[in-house]
Design a binder for this molecule. Structure first.
Ligand SMILES: [Zn+2]
Ligand SMILES: [Zn+2]
Length: 351
C-alpha cells in the first residue's frame, strides 16, 4: 500500500492490511545479532546490553564486540550472541525480562513445549452442532496433520443458536464416532462442550456425560454476573466428576467481549484439586487463556489443554497459535495434555 523507506540496506513497506514490514540486509556475520536486536523485547535487550557492558563488551545489531579494541566476537547466530555474554540460548518467546535472563545465567531455563510435541486437538465442532465439517472430514484432516487423536466437542442442548445437541442426539453421535473409528487410525474422542447454566449446573445429565470419552464445560450465556457468583458457577461445574476441561475460561472475545469477572486464582486451585485441565483456546478471536495466565497456572501446578475451537476443517491449523501461547507462558511438555499419549490421556480423563 505504501513504501516508507527504500534502500539497499533498509526497506519499509505498509501491506494492504495495514501491517508494517521492515526488511534489513546485513552481512552473514551479523545475521544473528540483527535478528536478536530487532525482534526484542526492549526490556530484555536492555538487560542483555547491561550484561555485555559489565563484561567489557558491546552489543548492537552488527554483533558482539570488545569495547576497548572493537574486535568482533560473535553475531552469526542468535545462539552465538547469547553464548558470548555467558548465557544459555533464550527462546524468542521467553525474551520479556520476566526472569529468563537470571535462569539463563544458571543454565536453568525451562524446556518449553515444541510445536512437534503436540499430538492432537480436543476442541472441534462438527456438523452435528455448528461446525461445517463432518466427523469423517475432521478425522481425515487430523490424520493428514499427523495427529494421534482428535476430540469432537459439539455444543450442548441449551445453546440453541449453535444447534446444540439433545441428549438423545449426543448418544447417536457417539454411535457414529464408534462406527467411523473402524476406518481410521487416528483415535476419534467423543466429547462435548457442555454449557454451564447460570446456577452452575450442567446442560447434560451425568448419565449421558458418562458415555463420552471426555467433556468440556463452558460459559456461553449470562456473561454478566458478579465475581463471586460467576466464580462459584464455574467451580460448581468443575467439581462434576465427568468434566475434564474448562473451555476458554475467561470467555473473552478480542475486540468484542470483555473477559468474565472471575477469581482465576481460586479457579486454578479447584482445577488442581479436581484434575480439571484449563484450556488455552487457540481460536484467533479468543486466545484464552493468555500467556500470563498460562504461566500462573504452571506455577500453581495446574495442567492445560490446547483446543483449536474449530468450526471448519481449515480452522484446525489454528491449534499452533495455542501452542505459541503455551510457549510464551513457559509451559513444558508435561504441562500440556496435547503432548500426552493416548494411554496417559485416558488416565487423565479417568473414564
Ligand atoms: Zn465455546
Ligand atoms: Zn467451542
Amino acid at each position: 500500500k505504501d513504501i516508507l523507506v527504500k534502500g539497499s540496506k533498509k526497506t519499509s513497506v505498509i501491506l494492504r492490511d495495514g501491517i508494517q514490514v521492515d526488511v534489513r540486509v546485513v552481512k552473514a556475520e551479523s545475521f544473528g545479532a540483527a535478528l536478536q536486536y530487532f525482534t526484542g523485547s526492549k526490556d530484555h535487550n536492555i538487560q542483555i546490553r547491561n550484561i555485555a557492558v559489565k563484561m567489557g563488551l558491546k552489543i548492537n545489531e552488527y554483533g558482539v564486540f570488545r569495547k576497548d579494541t572493537g574486535e568482533y566476537i560473535a553475531g552469526r547466530t542468535e545462539e552465538e550472541v547469547y553464548r558470548a555474554i555467558g548465557l544459555q540460548y533464550i527462546e524468542p518467546e521467553l525474551r520479556e525480562n520476566r526472569g529468563e535472563i537470571e535462569l539463563a545465567k544458571e543454565g536453568r531455563l525451562p524446556k518449553i513445549v515444541r510445536y512437534e510435541d503436540v499430538r492432537g486437538d480436543f476442541h472441534i465442532h462438527s456438523t452435528w452442532s455448528d461446525g461445517t465439517a463432518s466427523i469423517e472430514e475432521i478425522a481425515k484432516r487430523a490424520q493428514e496433520m499427523g495427529y494421534e487423536f482428535v476430540g469432537i466437542a459439539d455444543h450442548s442442548a441449551s445453546l440453541k443458536v449453535a444447534h446444540g445437541l439433545s441428549e438423545e442426539d449426543l448418544l447417536k453421535k457417539i454411535q457414529e464416532i464408534r462406527r467411523l473409528q473402524e476406518r481410521f487410525d487416528v483415535r476419534i474422542l467423543a466429547g462435548t462442550e457442555c454449557d454451564i447454566k447460570p446456577d452452575g449446573t450442567l446442560d447434560y445429565s451425568n448419565k449421558v456425560l458418562k458415555e463420552l470419552d471426555f467433556a468440556y464445560a463452558a460459559i456461553h450465556s449470562k456473561f454478566k454476573m458478579d465475581r463471586k457468583e460467576m466464580t462459584e458457577r464455574i467451580i460448581k461445574a468443575m467439581e462434576n466428576e465427568y468434566i475434564n476441561i474448562l473451555a476458554h475460561p475467561t470467555a473473552r472475545m478480542i475486540g468484542k467481549r470483555e473477559p468474565l469477572d472471575i477469581d482465576l486464582e481460586r479457579i486454578f486451585e479447584v482445577a488442581k484439586e479436581t484434575n480439571t485441565f484449563m484450556e488455552i483456546n487457540a481460536f484467533p478471536d479468543r486466545l484464552d487463556l493468555n500467556d500470563v495466565h498460562a504461566r500462573m497456572a504452571k506455577e500453581m501446578g495446574v495442567k492445560m489443554a490446547i483446543g483449536s475451537d474449530s468450526h471448519a476443517q481449515d480452522h484446525m491449523r489454528f491449534l499452533r497459535f495455542g501452542t505459541a501461547v503455551a510457549r510464551r507462558g513457559w509451559l513444558e511438555k508435561k504441562d500440556i495434555l496435547n503432548t500426552y499419549d493416548l494411554r496417559e490421556i485416558e488416565k487423565a480423563f479417568g473414564r
